[in-house]
Design a protein around this ligand. Structure first.
Ligand code: CIZ
Length: 360
């Protein structure tokens, strides 16, 4: 039915791969196409063009003992072609910490690769796209947090994981989109400072009736695009056609979007809930978030689903392509190896460890 999603990325053809045989390429192309499950957008011709890249990346990963982590917002060729672990940032930070491999390649934005380095400082963390930032993370500095602490002495500072290592080093506890309410409920005291997402902070304030939440003013440039009015219009028009629409949105959206939603959660929670509801017969969903979540639902459901309305693509998340991953595995540039000051790692580690402790 209606799904407005961006075109699949085309291979850029700027990197040499060894000559794999026709049968190896055909087998790999079929594996990719079956795993991605969007045969119109990811057709066999495209999968054949991508196959030498995924074959070579998987060969190098095995040879070098590299654990490849991809956030759910990465493109399906990365998620289903080469990743060893795909999830939201809470699960991925644990996977980075617990992986036995000494080298992690993190296909995602910069703050997530930094988080992997903080939780496993002895490992080499490769980040193929150093330019891949995040409007939330880039919108707050360590000095901003220091100023907040001076203005509100003694009030605990909670940071969303979408922050730099330097910002985490100034905060008391880190949260992700899958645990921000649970962790803040468990914090002592009746006030907290929440940085940097003003929408998630507002949602947190609604959920925590007995605590005051002092909220910073940042926002995600992807999720800030959605409006409650647009969702109401979609829902009404679906109602008129007898379609029982389930609206699922990410907590980085504004309050009027979340009020219109049946489910609010991280990419992993939305995906799991859509799959659970699909297995019980629900077919029509609106995923109010980055397009990668819809790609995952389509790939991982056995049902023929209608994903209605428009997702929005994150230009930072989508800046990594298979070719960047192959290049970083072969010969990483200095700016593709995450390096952080030891004192930043130590303080930021306490902020992340506090999250793991409060989630136990
Ligand atoms: O918490 C995360 O992982 C983020 C930043 C997004 C999501 O929900 O996956």
């Amino acid at each position: 039915m209606v799904i407005e999603m961006p075109e699949a990325p085309l291979p850029r053809g700027k990197i040499e791969t060894p000559a794999y045989s026709g049968s190896e390429i055909e087998e790999e192309a079929l594996r990719l196409q079956e795993a991605i499950k969007q045969p119109m957008r990811w057709d066999l011709e495209l999968c054949r063009a991508l196959a030498p890249l995924t074959l070579e990346i998987n060969r190098l990963k095995r040879e070098q003992g590299v654990f490849l982590i991809a956030h759910s917002y990465q493109t399906p060729d990365i998620v289903y072609g080469v990743a060893d672990s795909v999830a939201d940032s809470y699960s991925l930070s644990k996977d980075a910490r617990d992986a036995p491999q000494q080298t992690i390649l993190f296909s995602s934005v910069r703050f997530m690769a930094e988080t992997a380095k903080i939780v496993s400082p002895h490992k080499t963390v490769l980040h193929p796209s150093p330019e891949a930032g995040c409007s939330l993370s880039d919108g707050i500095s360590a000095q901003d947090v220091i100023d907040l602490k001076e203005a509100h002495p003694g009030v605990p500072v909670v940071c969303y994981i979408n922050t730099s290592a330097a910002v985490k080093a100034e905060c008391d506890v880190c949260v992700t989109s899958s645990n921000y309410i649970k962790i803040c409920e468990r914090l002592p005291g009746d006030r907290l400072i929440f940085v940097p997402d003003r929408f998630m902070g507002k949602h947190l304030q609604t959920a925590l009736s007995d605590k005051e939440v002092l909220v910073y003013g940042g926002e995600c440039e992807v999720h800030a695009n959605f409006t409650g009015e647009k969702i109401r219009t979609w829902r009404n028009s679906m109602d008129d056609h007898g379609v029982d629409l389930v609206v699922m949105s990410h907590p980085e959206c504004d309050a009027d979007v979340l009020e219109e939603s049946d489910v609010v959660g991280s990419s992993e929670i939305l995906k799991d809930e859509a799959l659970r509801m699909a297995s019980k017969g629900q077919r029509d969903f609106m995923l109010v978030t980055e397009c990668g979540t819809a790609d995952r639902v389509l790939a991982e459901s056995d049902e023929d689903l209608n994903l209605i309305g428009a997702c929005v693509m994150c230009r930072h998340m989508k800046s990594t392509q298979l070719e960047d991953i192959l290049q970083a595995l072969r010969d990483p540039r200095a700016d593709q190896v995450i390096e952080l000051d030891a004192d930043v790692i130590e303080s930021a580690r306490m902020c992340l460890d506090e999250m793991f402790r409060l989630m136990d």
